[in-house]
Ligand binder design. Structure first.
Ligand code: ASP
Length: 294
């Protein structure tokens, strides 16, 4: 059986290249997805994930992540964690070593320490400079919606392994300059990620609030369960996001969905102006694909 792995944004190429090594060696999809997320968490040039992520409005860097195993539906997540770089691996530890699904803030950091995760300073000189440059200044008009061009972007990795099982991982520093305590879609199972071997896998990136209003990833996986194609399922989620924006009378935010059906066929779709690209790796090679906007 053949394997496939997909990951959000052009930096997803770093993820799929790390993940494909494990998949080619016959390792489980979840291991590959976490390795893929970790490769981006370690990259200081990505200002929206792990080390080098941008801070909230006060400058504190807080990370969110979740993981899900499609065979067992076991999942784990952490939100608002400071000083821990490998939050996708930490989410997996929540899944494996506790009876819970989601740990928050200080509790998640204490759990990380108890599990032997090192505490790190996650800022770099460049990330502090970027945070300063992009932060809202006194006198800026109040923003009802996060700036569509602002610094955010999640690494979401979905894989099907050579045994036919699915896995997923999602890791982000969330929206730059977010309000302290804000939690987006990424660490919430069903919003930023959902994976079920019987149906497929889906994930999101972009303004998380858009996905949260429609339970984006779970919605897509339920479409896949009904036999809808991965592309049509992503397009249907984008249509729901657009409809929700119309109903509240606001412009729609940038959001993209990507999916892998249970046979390993990938697809993605996004709202207008998102400019979403994603990386795909299969035994035949690595590609960067452009999602259509709706
Ligand atoms: N979805 C993330 C969040 O809302 C950010 C992103 O992917 O751009 O926190």
């Amino acid at each position: 059986m053949s394997w496939t792995v997909i990951a959000t944004w052009p930096f997803g190429e770093t993820s799929v290249r790390a993940a494909q090594v494990l998949l080619a060696a016959g390792l489980p999809a979840l291991d590959a997805c976490i390795a893929g997320a970790q490769a981006v968490e370690d990259d200081p040039t990505v200002n929206s994930v792990g080390y080098g992520g941008l801070g909230d409005v006060t400058g504190r860097v807080t990370l969110d992540a979740c993981v899900m195993d499609g065979k067992t539906l076991r999942c784990g997540a952490v939100a608002g964690v400071e000083n821990v770089r490998h939050v996708a691996a930490l989410a997996r530890r929540v899944m494996e070593a506790t009876k819970h699904v989601l740990l928050l803030g200080e509790g998640a950091r204490d759990f990380a320490v108890s599990q032997g995760f090192p505490l790190d300073n996650l800022t770099t000189a460049k990330s502090v400079e970027q945070w300063e440059k992009t932060r809202p200044k006194p006198g800026d008009p109040p923003q009802r919606m996060p700036d569509p061009a602002a610094d955010h972007d999640t690494v979401t990795v979905l894989a099907r392994d050579s045994s036919g099982h699915l896995g997923g991982a999602c890791s982000t520093s969330g929206l730059a300059h977010k309000l302290p305590g804000r939690v987006g879609d990424s660490p919430i199972i069903g919003q930023g990620l959902y994976v079920d071997d019987d149906a497929g896998a889906a994930g999101a990136t972009g303004v998380g609030e858009e996905s949260m209003r429609i339970c984006g990833s779970h919605y897509i996986v339920e479409q896949l369960r009904r036999g809808i194609s991965a592309l049509d399922a992503c397009v249907a989620a984008v249509a729901r996001v657009n409809d929700a924006a119309r109903r509240r009378g606001e412009p729609v935010g940038r959001i993209a969905f990507l999916a892998l059906d249970r046979f390993g066929n990938p697809a993605a779709a996004c709202t207008k102006t998102t400019g979403f690209r994603y990386a795909v790796a299969r035994p035949t090679g690595v590609e960067i694909l452009q999602a259509e906007e709706f």
